[in-house]
Design a protein around this ligand. Structure first.
Ligand code: CTP
Length: 412
């Protein structure tokens, strides 16, 4: 493991220094600490790591405070679980410091009761064998692997295996996690763990809050293989459990999630995913699913707008550029782009890239200078000028001035 820990293509040197600093300080406090979870799994798979999760046999918040005293940065403690996030100074990096613990789930799907414990217990409380491997930090044993649940063997086999038969009852969000790892690593969930996605576990999943379910769907949409992963979610009968009107996520949309937009629109993969997914639903179903998944108002509006626009396309076919522009102007740009992707209606792209920017040379100030009092006529005249530009009636400033004078004389 030492070789992997020292491989700069997997772990940047600053992260390694951070781990050594934590280990050294923990030693002075007679605490043992370990790197665990996703970063160990990814290192062993030869993949670069992101987040650092450090388990402390001892008080993680006390260690965090000491780290801030010694190295600076900021600490956000969470007293309920005795964990802390240490934000490093002058960096966007942070480390999760977690007191080694045992968990007891008193009610399926609810958050667990926790008591401080050992690294072994901490590994046992986790979701899958591949996520239950620890690497010792500090002391003589720096880099030593602790793998009591045989996670390395499962990594080698490419399988996802729950640690105990009630894992999905305790926390049904793990069902999504298992499916996410399958897609990401091209692994497969072992049959005995698939069997645990049974009606009892799905019932608990059904009772989860919209926010928790949406968070899991967000994470799937972030993945490179989101569309395939969503197919697996559907094939395991999970969509209906979330909401009876949830449609399947079409494979054709996979490429649309990889938006490499040259267009000047803020791209958001999750919003795009939900818009594509729910675009063909009725207004009523869009609202009902948005409520179930606890969408923000902004996300609901984006999805709703995409669905409305797709439905109204048939009435817009053959319309003039100005008509397209005024119909589209109040809709979120990303919704328009999503409808373009599925319909390939060129007017939508023309609106995004050209028409929305078209403005007449004449401004309200110019109209005032011509002696016009501000009022609804202002807007009407400017709109007529803009429409004339959009629809190709005007091609230069002189033509615009001529039209303006015509409009002023008819409006007088
Ligand atoms: N974990 C768990 N049960 C959950 C969530 C997390 O047991 N419902 C444990 C796993 O050991 C996991 C670790 O907490 O490895 C960290 O969780 P998280 O950061 O969500 O996942 P990662 O393993 O880092 O995976 P990813 O790469 O998808 O973020």
């Amino acid at each position: 493991m030492l070789r992997l820990l020292r491989d700069p293509s997997l772990i940047p040197s600053e992260k390694l220094t951070t781990l050594s600093n934590i280990a050294n300080l923990a030693e002075t406090l007679s605490m043992s600490c370990y790197l665990v979870g996703g970063s160990v799994r990814d290192l062993l798979l030869g993949r670069p790591i992101n987040d650092l999760d450090v388990i402390v046999e001892g008080d993680a918040i006390a260690l965090g405070k000491k780290l801030v005293e010694t190295y600076g940065g900021k600490l956000t403690p969470h007293f309920k679980f005795n964990t802390a996030i240490w934000y490093l100074p002058e960096s966007t990096d942070f480390v999760d410091l977690i007191t080694a613990r045992k968990e007891v789930y008193e009610k399926p799907g609810a958050l667990p009761n926790v008591t401080p414990s050992t690294i072994e217990d901490d590994l046992r409380r986790r979701d899958f064998t591949i996520n239950a491997i620890a690497v010792r930090l500090g002391g003589e044993g720096f880099g030593e692997i602790l793998d009591p649940l045989k996670g390395q063997a499962d990594l080698g086999r490419g399988v996802i295996r729950a640690l105990h038969p009630k894992s999905f009852l305790d926390d049904p969000t793990r069902i999504f996690r298992a499916i996410r790892y399958e897609g990401r690593y091209s692994f497969s969930i072992v049959p005995s763990t698939v069997d645990q996605i049974n009606p009892e576990a799905l019932k608990v999943l059904h009772s989860l809050s919209g926010e928790r379910i949406r968070h899991e769907l967000d994470l799937i949409l972030d993945e490179g293989h989101a569309a395939l992963t969503m197919l697996r979610v559907a094939s395991l009968g999970i969509l209906d459990v979330i909401h009876p009107k949830m449609p399947e996520f079409a494979q054709d949309w996979a490429e649309y999630l990889e938006m490499d937009m040259q267009l000047d629109i803020p791209a958001d993969r999750r919003t795009m995913g939900y818009m594509l997914w729910f675009m063909d639903l009725s207004e009523e179903d869009v609202i009902s699913i948005s409520n179930r998944l606890d969408f923000t108002n902004e996300l609901t509006l984006s999805v709703w707008a995409a669905a409305q626009l797709k439905r109204s396309l048939v009435h817009l076919f053959g319309a003039k550029p100005s008509e397209w522009t005024y119909a589209l102007e109040k809709l979120p740009l990303l919704s328009i782009y999503a409808v373009y992707l599925v319909s390939r209606e060129n007017a939508l792209l023309s609106y995004i890239s050209i028409w929305r920017h078209v403005k007449p040379h004449t401004t309200g100030d110019d109209l005032k200078k011509l002696g016009l009092q501000p009022g609804p006529r202002f807007g009407e005249i400017l709109l007529s000028l803009r429409s004339a530009w959009l629809d190709g009636v005007l091609s230069n400033k002189t033509e615009e001035e001529e039209l303006l004078h015509k409009l002023l004389s008819t409006h007088l």
